[in-house]
Design a protein around this ligand. Structure first.
Ligand SMILES: [Zn+2]
Length: 350
């Protein structure tokens, strides 16, 4: 009896989580984990496999949300979840999907770019689901892993991983790290095919500015860092100055010349996009593993505010220097100040 009650409770729990997901009209054969409720600015929801068909039906296919002003302007791309344990990146991308409405130009967002990494969890310390309370009820987001699930990869890890363009070699598990394998290969591992699909989207959609949202341990050199492709370092420098005036201190560094496979390096080198990676400090990635949502020093709202403020500052820098028909303007953009003051839940949709 007790066992069947437990089973009923478990089923009810998963029904409550999955019901808004399964009722999504865009639900398909591939995986949907995060509860994302698009704003009226989203005019198209596609799957990444529409840019690279071999991804269709694999655990790496993922939703692509497009907000289009239908007026001339820049195309901006934002990716969350490259490392699915860096939850502020995923939540920042979700908040863009749920709030941002461009008035000039286009916004393309993939909140969960390594879907396979979201389907499993390496850590037993952090919860695998994150609950965020909003005025419209509780919302649930998956706290995933850094790497593609080894079961999905299609082959066992090599002893060592080395990028085809050269550089150092790493542990074999790095072959499942999306941010080590760009530009990928059309006939490679699942992670390489995923990277290839992202590169194809960036090229076909003629993306002008691309952001990859990450987190690092608070003690890491990378925390509060913008990494910029060398060709667009000036935009990063202007953004850092303007962010400092707003009380947000970000460091800036260019992509390494010898460290290949990273988004900011390969997106910027192989496409026309200005490419940036943004890092915030995630307590759950610290050596002593803090809470990824409610840590007193680095709460989720503060890290999401940093991501959104940095994107806004870089777009302002872009607008100050681009041709008039390449402006990106927003009728609605989530307020990082409001998120920092009132929490993430207030900015989640219906
Ligand atoms: Zn990362």
């Amino acid at each position: 009896m007790r066992r069947s009650v437990s089973l009923l409770l478990i089923c009810t729990f998963f029904f409550l989580i999955l019901s808004p997901i399964c009722s999504d009209p865009f639900y398909g054969a591939s995986t949907i984990l995060h509860d994302i409720r698009p704003s009226k600015g989203i005019v198209q929801i596609s799957w990444l496999s529409e840019w690279f068909a071999p991804l269709k039906g694999t655990p790496s296919d993922t939703r692509v949300f497009i907000a289009d002003s239908k007026k001339p302007g820049a195309t901006v791309f934002v990716a969350g979840g490259t490392h699915a344990n860096e939850i502020a990146g995923i939540i920042s991308a979700v908040i863009l999907v749920e709030n941002a409405i461009p008035s000039y130009g286009r916004l393309i967002v993939i909140p969960d770019i390594n879907m396979s990494a979201s389907t499993w969890t390496e850590s037993t310390i952090v919860p695998s689901w994150i609950r965020i309370d909003s005025p419209h009820g509780a919302r649930f987001f998956k706290y995933g892993a850094r790497y593609t699930d080894p079961v999905h990869q299609g082959m066992t890890d090599p002893d060592r991983y080395k990028h085809p363009k050269g550089g150092d070699s790493f542990e074999g598990s790095e072959s499942r790290n999306l941010n080590r394998v760009y530009p990928g290969k059309p006939d490679g591992t699942l992670t390489e095919q995923l990277a290839w699909a992202v590169m194809t989207l960036l090229k076909k959609e003629k993306v002008d500015i691309a952001f990859d949202l990450h987190e690092a341990g608070p003690e890491s050199r990378l925390a509060n860092m913008i990494v910029a492709n060398p060709k667009n370092l000036d935009l990063g420098a202007l953004a850092v100055i303007n962010l400092e005036l707003e009380g947000i201190n970000m460091k800036l560094e260019p992509s390494s010349d010898v460290f290949h496979g990273l988004s900011h390096r390969e997106w910027g080198d192989e496409t026309s996009a200005s490419a940036f990676l943004i890092e915030t400090p995630n307590p759950a990635q610290a050596t002593d593993k803090g809470n990824p949502v409610e840590d007193p020093k680095h709460p989720l709202e503060e890290r999401v505010a940093i991501h959104l403020a940095t994107i806004e500052a870089i777009l302002d820098a872009w607008n100050s220097d681009c041709l008039p028909d390449k402006h990106i303007e927003f009728a609605m953009f989530p307020s990082w100040q409001a998120i920092k003051a009132r929490g993430v839940g207030e900015s989640l949709n219906w």
